[in-house]
Structure formats: structure tokens, C-alpha cells
Ligand binder design. Structure first.
Ligand code: SAH
Ligand code: SF4
Ligand code: F3S
Length: 475
């Protein structure tokens, strides 16, 4: 594999191939009476939830540890989005089992979407698991732990219509001290036919905007310079004051956060093509610190397939959205998610996804082949009839397409200067910093005296691969 392909592969990495992240910066704090170890899989919402779980546990005297072998409580925050994601979790549970056997009394808890999907069945399938806790039941963890300590296994997979954990201050895990995630809503009211999320995360609900702003302000006061506002469908964020006197839309919420300070960058994910409004686009255009980057999943470029997917837009609608974004924010970067080999997809329909990618000129895409999920509309209504070989070949075609678009786009950045927020030291060289521009492209450049992680610098781009720009700091 060439370097470029390797880099691209890591950039288009499927989320279920992602290694479970543990939190290496954290050492065991001896002041805590017990310790917990947590691994997270899946989307950013899950990573953000793990920080809420850490906060709840800390209140119970449990401190985080990076050492699986010394933890009293082993937690895995799981994802169900594709079959492979669930396979990864089961493999990790084998490792947890081993530790539990070596250290009797250790408790094992399964959290998140797979817990919600399988419920009590999990305890039958995985005999060494002590508790199964769905995404809306984390406040019940202390009770479930106490119960498990007494030898009783527990399940709480109650899905709430109100829970937003608004009052819980997350403990930042695995933090670079510069960028942080903030959940602004939970659940999803869309019914994309392929998707398990509405079943694992329940109904959509928006979090109190003042608690979002307070969390962002607190982060900024603690040195953070970028927040990503998270939801499955951020454009349908809507909050009404209890007296119904005023409403806050997503665009309004973004500007409330952006108003905290011009040096606090605001990002957001995920936007749904049917819901993103001009109001949001104008906010991005008008605020220097709201990043010029939109994750706008296409899924398929073919209108018939989009209808089967129940995405509620067609090819033409999506194309118009892309036009509108580039019209209002000409230097906006757009990224996407794509699924190949959805039920009954023909070769011609697959070609429509490739041509749409050319049209949209995505900076990056997360690409998957279709994985049937039990209980979804597609599983009930349509045959999963595209052979695995064809699904994989179509996937490799869209990966190649994205590779060449990313490469060409990045080549066009050579000679430009971008304002970059330094996020850390480059993985490849301790002499280099890494950071992102507003468009979310990673830029690597040599360190400079007096410049630190968390600073903004102007970087002149000299070289580019498909995944990274390489440059130097200019005044
Ligand atoms: N809320 C986001 C996506 C959440 S899931 C949105 O609406 O865009 C992240 C991505 O996983 C989806 O965009 C989709 O591309 C992919 N995905 C979801 N279900 C899948 C399935 N059954 N098989 C393959 N990919 C799937
Ligand atoms: Fe799933 Fe669709 Fe909701 Fe995204 S918008 S989480 S793809 S149902
Ligand atoms: Fe996975 Fe649940 Fe997120 S299924 S993608 S962890 S919402």
C-alpha cells in the first residue's frame, strides 16, 4: 500500500473498525476508593456519553484508570450500527472475561446502543456480564453497581423522552485540552430504513440551550478552543422555554455558543440534508468562529434508493442543497456518509452515487457497505440481496473516487494560508505540530519557539497528500 492510500484509509476509516479508545492520559488517582476502566465504540455521541458516565461514577468514588488489569469495574460503551461493530464488542468482552477471572469481584458492564438493542438477552448470551445499561439509564449506574456487588445482575434499558443529562458536568476523558464534544440533543425521530439508531437511542429531545452555553463557556475558561455540538440530526434542534415565550433553533444555539468568544471555534455534527436551513448557512457565513465545514451525509446518489432508504430527499433536492451551501459559503468543505449495496441497488444506481460525489466534491467521506440490522424497516421490508462481493467492490470504487477527489482538493490548497488551531504534536514527528483549518483539513507544520498547543497560527501550505496538508507557520 502506498503512503497515500494508507493515509486515506485511516481518514475514511469505518467507525466500527476504530479501535476502542481507552483514556491513556489518565492515571489511577489513589484518592478514589475504586477504579473504572472504559472503552468506547461508535459515534462521537457515544464518546461524549462516556464522559457523562465518568462524571456519574466519580460522584460514587470511582476514579478512571487506563489499566484494565487494576480496574474494579470494566465498562464497554457499545455501538450497533453495523454487524461488524457488534462483533468487535463481543471480541473485547472475551478480554474483559479474562480479567474478571483473574480478579474475582471485578464487575463488567455493557453500556450504549448494543445494550439497548439486546437488553436482557445480553445476560444470557454473555454470562460474565453483570449489568446492561442503555443510553438513557446512566443515572441508574450507582444502583446497578451496588446491586451487582451484592451478586444480582441488573438491566436498565429504559428509553426516556426527557433525559438530556443537562445537569451533569462531563469529565473530559482522553482530552487534548483544546477540543471537546458537547451533546445538544439525544435520540432521532427520523426513520431511515437501514438505521438502528432510533431503536437504540429513542425519541429526539433537545437540551436546554443555557446549559449548553454554560458548558461551552466553562470549557473556554479552562483553555479549550473548540467545541463540537453533537446530535444525530442537529438541524432539528428546537428548544422552547417552559413558559413558551421563546424558542431556540439550531442556528440560534450556534450563535449563542459562538458569541462566548471569537477564539472559541464552533463545529457541529450531523446535519440532515432535509433539515439544514439557510439560517444555519448564514450563521456559518457571518461568524468567523463557526467553522466552514458541514457533514451532510448523502447515503446514496440515486433517488429510488433514497426513497427505499426513507431519507425523504431525492438526488435533485440534495444537489440543490449542495449548490446553496457553495453559493452562501463558497469556501465551505462538505463531507458525507455513503452506503453501498443497499437492498436491490443496481450497478447504474451505484454509478449515481459516484457521479454525485463528483458533483459535491466532498473533502472526506465515511463509507460503508450495507449491513442489515435486525428490527429496522429495511430488514422487515426488503431483501438484503446484493452479494457481499458486489457490496465490497462498489465500496472500493467509492473509496477510490473519494481518494482522488480529496487528493485533487488538497493539491488546490498548496500556496494558500490558513488559520490553524494547534491540537497537538504530529504522530509522525515530535518536531511537528498538527491542527485543523476552519474546513476541518488536518495540517502538519514544524514547531516554532513560543508557539504552543491551543494557539491559533497562520500556516502557509507547501505540500499536500489526500489526507493532510503540510506547511509552515507564517506571521
Ligand atoms: N445521524 C447520522 C448518521 C448516524 S449513523 C445521519 O443521519 O447521517 C452513521 C452512518 O452509518 C450513517 O450515515 C450511515 O452511512 C451508516 N449506517 C447506518 N446504518 C447502516 C447500516 N445498516 N449499514 C451500513 N451503514 C450504515
Ligand atoms: Fe439513523 Fe437516519 Fe436518524 Fe441518522 S437520521 S440516526 S441515519 S435514522
Ligand atoms: Fe453506534 Fe449508537 Fe452511535 S449505534 S453510531 S453508537 S448512536
Amino acid at each position: 500500500m502506498t503512503e497515500q492510500v494508507k493515509e486515506l484509509n485511516s481518514r475514511v476509516m469505518l467507525s466500527d473498525d476504530r479501535q476502542g479508545e481507552v483514556f491513556p492520559e489518565i492515571g489511577t488517582d489513589k484518592n478514589f476508593k475504586k477504579s473504572f476502566y472504559i472503552e468506547s465504540y461508535g459515534c462521537q455521541m457515544n464518546f461524549s456519553d462516556s464522559e457523562i458516565v465518568a462524571s456519574i461514577l466519580q460522584g460514587q468514588g470511582y476514579g478512571p484508570t487506563k489499566e484494565i488489569s487494576e480496574a474494579d469495574l470494566l465498562l464497554i460503551n457499545t455501538c450497533s450500527i453495523r454487524e461488524k461493530a457488534e462483533d468487535t464488542v463481543r471480541k473485547r468482552l472475551r478480554i474483559f472475561d479474562k480479567h474478571k477471572r483473574q480478579r474475582p469481584g471485578t464487575l463488567v458492564g455493557v453500556l450504549g446502543c448494543m445494550a439497548e438493542r439486546l437488553k436482557a438477552k445480553f445476560l444470557e448470551e454473555e454470562r460474565l456480564v453483570d449489568m446492561v445499561v442503555g443510553p438513557d439509564a446512566y443515572r441508574d449506574l450507582p444502583a446497578l453497581i451496588a446491586q451487582a456487588d451484592d451478586g444480582d445482575k441488573g438491566v436498565n434499558v429504559f428509553l426516556s423522552r426527557e433525559e438530556t443529562y443537562a445537569d451533569i458536568a462531563p469529565i473530559r476523558l482522553n482530552s487534548n485540552g483544546v477540543t471537546a464534544l458537547i451533546s445538544i440533543m439525544r435520540g432521532c425521530n427520523n426513520m431511515c430504513s437501514f438505521c438502528v439508531v432510533p431503536y437504540t437511542r429513542g425519541r429526539e429531545r433537545s437540551r436546554d440551550p443555557f446549559s449548553v452555553v454554560a458548558e461551552a463557556r466553562d470549557l473556554f475558561e479552562n483553555g479549550y478552543k473548540e467545541v463540537t455540538l453533537l446530535g444525530q440530526n442537529v438541524d432539528s434542534y428546537r428548544w422552547e422555554s417552559p413558559d413558551k415565550e421563546f424558542e431556540v433553533s439550531f442556528a440560534k444555539l450556534m450563535t449563542m455558543v459562538a458569541d462566548i468568544h471569537p477564539d472559541l471555534r464552533v463545529r457541529f455534527s450531523t446535519s440532515h440534508p432535509k433539515d439544514i436551513t439557510d439560517e444555519v448557512l448564514y450563521a456559518i457565513r457571518d461568524y468567523e468562529n463557526i467553522c466552514n465545514y458541514i457533514h451532510l451525509p448523502l447515503q446514496s446518489g440515486n433517488s429510488r434508493i433514497l426513497e427505499l432508504m426513507n431519507r425523504t430527499y431525492d438526488r435533485e433536492w440534495y444537489q440543490n442543497k449542495i449548490d446553496r451551501i457553495y453559493e452562501i459559503i463558497p469556501d465551505c468543505a462538505i463531507s458525507s456518509d455513503m452506503i453501498t449495496g443497499f437492498c436491490s441497488e443496481t450497478e447504474e444506481e451505484h454509478q449515481d452515487t459516484l457521479t454525485m460525489m463528483d458533483y459535491a466534491q466532498y473533502c472526506l467521506s465515511y463509507m460503508f457497505y450495507y449491513s442489515e440490522r435486525p428490527g429496522t424497516l429495511a430488514a422487515k421490508k426488503y431483501a438484503d440481496d446484493i452479494p457481499l462481493e458486489a457490496k465490497k467492490r462498489r465500496l472500493s470504487e467509492i473509496i477510490d473516487k473519494q481518494h482522488s477527489i480529496s487528493y485533487d482538493r488538497n493539491q488546490q490548497d498548496i500556496g494558500k494560508t490558513y488559520r490553524v488551531l494547534i491540537e497537538g504534536i504530529s504522530k509522525k514527528s515530535a518536531d511537528d505540530y498538527k491542527g485543523r483549518n476552519s474546513q476541518n483539513t488536518m495540517i502538519v507544520f514544524p514547531k516554532m519557539e513560543g508557539i504552543e498547543v491551543g494557539d491559533y497560527v497562520n500556516v502557509f501550505v507547501e505540500e499536500a497528500t489526500s489526507a493532510t496538508l503540510i506547511g509552515k507557520i507564517v506571521s
